[in-house]
Design a binder for this molecule. Sequence first.
Ligand SMILES: C[S@@+](CC[C@H](N)C(=O)[O-])C[C@H]1O[C@@H](n2cnc3c(N)ncnc32)[C@H](O)[C@@H]1O
Length: 191
Amino acid sequence: MFASFPVFNTHLDLAHFYWEKVLQSGDTVIDATCGNGKDTLRMARSCQGTVYAIDLQPNAIECTKQLLHAHGFAQNIHYIQGCHSRFPETIAPGSVKLIVYNLGYLPGGNKNLTTTTKTTLESLNNALPLLKEGALLSITCYPGHAEGEIEADHVLKWASSLDPCQWSCCLHRWLNRRKAPCLCLIQKFKT
Ligand SMILES: C[S@@+](CC[C@H](N)C(=O)[O-])C[C@H]1O[C@@H](n2cnc3c(N)ncnc32)[C@H](O)[C@@H]1O
């Protein structure tokens, strides 16, 4: 009777659903926290275009590179080891269709190397001008750990303050699991 319980999609399923709704062949995308590369691979498959994979940790960049190579993605993938608070100047404003943040720390890695409120907010502010009309910003927050809870609060406040004439902001959150991950989606309006 409860073979597929609960019936709700996870935050990841939902994120993937929305990414695929906006992506078209040849699009440019940025994974701002590439980690083990699973999200980057999904984005590369869905856009068949130009992919930027950013992470602070050299081993995360290496893992992502290996995963993408193993799946035949070698061209048009740019690996950037460093903080996502600044994006490469080669990415033109208004040129990106999807920017993804999967905040927190690398699963199985050093939990101290987590995203932080200050650089995440800096990065989000710098990400907005890069998006083209109809493009999506997808942010998964992890309030289950101390820094993640503070970061999630700030990210949601930041998203709530965006001009409703330019940005459509929505949140997917579990109501009875306060510390569960939540998904914030922001779409740039078409004018
Ligand atoms: C939850 S993991 C990402 C998981 C990844 N999306 C995947 O599919 O495996 C978060 C990542 O953010 C990275 N990170 C933390 N602070 C960062 C920063 N300031 N700039 C770029 N990456 C950062 C961490 O190194 C970690 O790999």
